[in-house]
Design a binder for this molecule. Structure first.
Ligand SMILES: *Cc1c(COP(=O)(O)O)cnc(C)c1O
Length: 418
């Protein structure tokens, strides 16, 4: 009861302008609500200077300043760390900010970072602009060719980014082999775990039950903006690791960069997390049903979805994402179709415009289905012969009735791609 102590120590008549701020009322201890309260605050008051000097913010045992954590942010961090199978979590204002935070904390002039050719594109743009200006080089590697990655790792390589499945073209890499390779060559590996959301597989234990020392990535990032939020209403990112030293390095850098998150956004995430698995599995089921239907349409030369047998890297997906709990495996509710080359880009654009339920827009994981066309020769630099420079259309499946979604694609096809 800090307010009462204040009054008791300094008995004096306070003006009403002061008592509206220094009021002794505190929520009673017995109010044990199931939901985490939203603790907002920049300043955290110390009882005296000695306590201020002693307080440690790094170990989460106490609070120092809003930017370094509140009971609300610590709760979300702990829940995300356990969701992904890690032990430490750091929150950032967006998924991209989490990528940038990892790069800035771990790379220095003269280092090199390797990024898969099918990575989330801003990861590559950050490397080819800011990182390049800092004297940090990067190379893109072929996500499905382990030898290509092995050959690119050199004495300058400090960090390898991994992504499973890859953005837009959805190839699923041999993550277990990639991580084993990075470990054997002594380079750090960071996984963009947005697609798996901590549900499809455990990034920190990729070969469960085999061997006493689990084989896992050094750290993950997630765009909480996607599935964990699930509402299309919050931008946030996370970094998770099991490594004490890495966690400390990143936390110190995070503190210096000052990229904290807002309490209301954290609260939205805390409300969404309990329904994450339910939403993920429903969106997966609907997306697969739609993807299989697309396979039966001749205008689509290929359907890029890691759970479909013909998709690139399907066996790697099968090895990692099929388990006892989910015998049909788990997959994010997102896939792309390769439009037959006989249709021009303008016709593909017209198809997207003709959709009524699918809306045109970026991001995914929310309740509304979305569509974006991509020209593969604009987003890929290494050889992708299976795509043949075609235009792909990416569908992100929301929570609408799948019957309505099929009907929507059907009506748009009949008006444009015939
Ligand atoms: C969306 C996304 C990001 C970035 O997340 P933001 O919160 O939008 O910055 C990073 N990686 C992947 C794979 C994504 O899909």
């Amino acid at each position: 009861m800090e307010g009462l102590t204040f009054m008791a120590n300094k008995p004096q008549a306070l003006s009403s302008s002061t008592t509206t701020i220094h009021h002794p009322y505190q929520a009673p201890d017995g109010f044990a609500s199931t939901q985490v309260p939203v603790h907002k605050g920049s300043t955290v008051i110390f009882p005296n200077i000695a306590a201020m000097r002693e307080r440690q913010w790094l170990d989460k045992s106490s609070y120092t300043y809003g930017l370094h954590g509140t009971p609300t942010t610590f709760t979300l961090e702990e829940r995300l760390a356990s969701l992904e199978g890690g032990t430490h979590c750091i929150l950032t204002p967006s998924g991209l900010a989490a990528i940038a935070q990892v790069d800035l904390a771990l790379l220095k002039t003269g280092d090199e970072v390797l990024i898969p050719d099918n990575a989330y594109a801003p990861n590559q743009s950050l490397a080819s602009s800011e990182l390049k200006n800092f004297g940090i080089t990067h190379q893109r590697y072929h996500p499905l060719d382990l030898n290509d990655l092995a050959q690119r790792i050199n004495s300058k390589t400090r960090l390898v980014w991994l992504e499973a499945a890859g953005s837009v073209t959805m190839e699923f890499p041999d993550l277990v082999a990639q991580v084993a390779l990075c470990k054997s060559r002594g380079v750090l590996c960071a996984l963009d775990n947005t697609w798996g959301a901590g549900l499809a597989f455990n990034a920190f234990d990729l070969t469960p039950g085999q061997g006493s020392e689990p084989l896992g990535v050094d750290l993950t990032i997630q765009a909480l903006t996607k599935y964990p939020s699930g509402g299309g209403d919050v931008l946030m990112g996370s970094i998770v690791t099991r490594d004490e030293t890495l966690a400390r390095t990143i936390k110190l850098s995070h503190m210096r960069l000052g990229t904290g998150v807002g309490a209301n956004d954290v609260e939205t995430l805390l409300r969404s997390l309990p329904t994450l698995e339910m939403r993920y599995t429903t969106q997966d089921k609907n997306a697969r049903q739609l993807a299989r239907w697309c396979e039966s349409q001749s205008v689509f030369a290929q359907v890029l979805h890691p759970a479909l047998e013909k998709s690139q890297g399907h066996m790697h997906w099968h090895k990692l994402c099929v388990n006892e709990k989910y015998p049909d495996g788990l997959s994010a509710g997102i896939f792309s179709v390769v439009v037959d080359n006989r249709f021009s880009l303008a016709r593909v654009d017209a198809f997207c415009d003709a959709l009524r339920i699918f809306k045109i827009g970026y991001s995914w994981g929310g309740p509304m289905s979305l569509v974006v066309p991509y020209q593969t020769n604009h987003i890929r630099t290494l050889s992708t012969s299976h795509l043949q420079g075609a235009t792909v259309v990416r569908f992100c499946i929301g929570l609408e009735d799948v019957v309505d979604l099929v009907a929507d694609i059907e009506q748009a096809l009949s008006r444009t791609l015939v």
